[in-house]
Structure formats: C-alpha cells, structure tokens
Design a protein. Structure first.
Length: 312
C-alpha cells in the first residue's frame, strides 16, 4: 500500500467488521480516471502516479449498509489536496454557482432552526463544520445567531474572518446549540469519530444536522458503465472523493452510536420562511419538508441525549 493511502478494514460509520465487496477495479479504469481527473486535476498533483498500484474497492457494511471505499488517501494528504482545490479558480466557480438559490435555501433553513430551538437568535450559538467559504455562517449571522465555522482550508478560514465570521481551529472546550454539516461526512475518513466529536460539542438540547448525498439511489450496475456519463454514474461513490456513500439507516446507526437520537423538525418550522423565487423553486420549497418527513432521506437531525423533551 502506498504511503499516501490507508486501508479501512472496518465500517467507518458503525465500526462493524463485516462487509461485502461490491466492486474492485484499477483506479486507471476509464470511468474512474475521468472522475479523478474532474476532481483532482485542479490540484496540480499527479494523482494517477499515486494510484497506479492501488485498487478502487467498494464495500457495503453488513450491519448499517454504508457503502465505503476501502482504500483512501490519508487524512493529512487529503487535507493538503483540499487546500490546493480551494485556490483553484475552476473549483471556486463551481462553489459560486446559483448564489441566489443557495442564499434563499440557507435563509429558509436557518429561520426553521431558530423556530425549532424557540429562542432569540442572539442566544443561539451555531457552528458550520466544513463551512467552505462561509456562506451558511454569514446567513446565520445575518439572522442574529452567534455564528462560527470550521474548515480544513486555511484560506477559507481566513476569508471567513475577513468577512466577520468566527473561524475556529479547535472545538475543544466549545459548545453549540446547532451544528451544521452539509455535504461533509461523505468526504471524511472516519465519520463515526467526527460525529462523536460533534455530538460532544453540543449543548444539552443541541441539534446536529447531517446532510449527505443519498446513497440509496446508487445503481451498482451502472457504476462502471462506459456508455454512461462517468461523472454522473460515479457521483455517489466518486473515487477518493465521496469515500462514504450513506443511506438513511447508516446515518441513524452512526449517530446513535455517538449517543444522539433522531429528532424531527416540525413541519410548521420548515414553512416559516417560504421563498417563492419562481414556480419551480416554490414547488420545491413546499414539497421538500413533506418529502423529508415521509421518505428515508439522508437529511436528518439528531438531539443531544441531555435534552429536554418538547420538540415534536
């Protein structure tokens, strides 16, 4: 195994040792290499030289059904790659896409969480873990919350500080009423440890939001279908990038092992800030809370066990 890689022998979500192999292939396979090119060419690092002797292996946990890549970049090296990606104009352009839709979505979400916690915004401490360029933090601050963010990229933390956001380097000794993780845990080498750490950073009654791509949509037969779009077919398990492909059960199992329990956001809270930007956006805004309540989605909230009952 290359010095840049680690082999995850147990499920990174629940710690179970049993898993079944779904797929094993060279990283130089056409579809895999196209996905790697899309994600890592912007770093300037010759990833193909690093992966030429390593296999892309997808396994499915026999306990929680998390689909995970066994061979992944080590945490320190992946952090370096994310730093390089953050300064790429191409990636920055992707991150900046559809700013109005994103802002409206963040506003909708933050108003809902304020209603859910039923407190004055100035009394609510929030953290965006994996904040990127701090847009969610900025929106939370605009609504009056005490807003902090964490990111592995030093450039993004500095950008946040320049824009009035508290960017933290270490969560030790800190506690929050709400922690946001949006499209983060699919990239994390040991997500169970991360969720446990975040759970310990919640105040009694504090809420952790986990939102990741829904792996229940994954089509194993099309993963390496050369006739389909490589990027589309591999998005949910993109090599070395989306190293964890979650489903509803995998998230709940992981959170419960961290001492957290699921809690539903009241529907009335989710309709507190209805943004009808256009017909399509309006329909999505109206249907989204019902879809999340009825379907087994991968957009979930969990409550610190020390919380008082009352959220229904």
């Amino acid at each position: 195994m290359s010095k840049y890689f680690v082999n995850r022998k147990v499920c990174p979500g629940c710690g179970h040792e049993g898993s079944a192999q779904i797929l094993s292939s060279s990283f130089l396979n056409r579809s895999l290499s196209e996905s790697i090119q899309w994600n890592f060419a912007v770093t300037g690092v010759d990833i193909f030289e690093l992966v030429k002797d390593v296999e892309y292996q997808l396994h499915e946990c026999s306990n929680c059904e998390l689909i995970f890549q066994k061979n992944c970049f080590r945490e320190e090296f992946m952090g370096q790659l994310y730093q390089l990606r953050s300064v790429s104009p191409e990636v920055q352009a992707r991150d900046a896409a559809k700013p109005l839709d994103k802002s409206a979505y963040y506003a909708e979400e933050i108003v809902a969480l304020i209603k859910m916690l039923n407190r004055n915004p100035g009394d609510i401490d929030v953290l965006d873990y994996g904040m990127g360029w701090g847009h969610w933090c900025s929106m939370a601050k605009a609504y009056g919350c005490n807003s902090s963010g964490f990111d592995v990229s030093e450039q993004k933390k500095e950008f946040a500080r320049e824009n009035g956001i508290t960017a933290i380097d270490d969560l030790a000794g800190m506690s929050f009423d709400f922690i946001n993780t949006e499209q983060v845990l699919e990239h994390v080498l040991y997500p169970q440890d991360t969720v446990k750490m975040l759970g310990e950073s919640l105040k009694p009654g504090g809420i952790l939001k986990i939102s990741v791509p829904n792996g229940e949509r994954i089509d194993r037969k099309r993963l390496l279908d050369s006739t389909s779009s490589a990027i589309d077919s591999l998005y949910l398990a993109s090599p070395l990038m989306h190293i964890n492909t979650f489903n509803h059960n995998a998230i709940v199992t992981m959170a419960e092992k961290a001492g957290l329990k699921p809690v539903r956001m009241p529907v009335k809270c989710q309709y507190s800030n209805l943004h009808l930007l256009n017909f399509k956006q309006g329909v999505k805004t109206i249907l989204r809370p019902l879809y999340r309540r009825i379907m087994r989605t991968t957009y979930l909230h969990f409550i610190n066990q020390g919380a008082q009952e009352g959220i229904v």
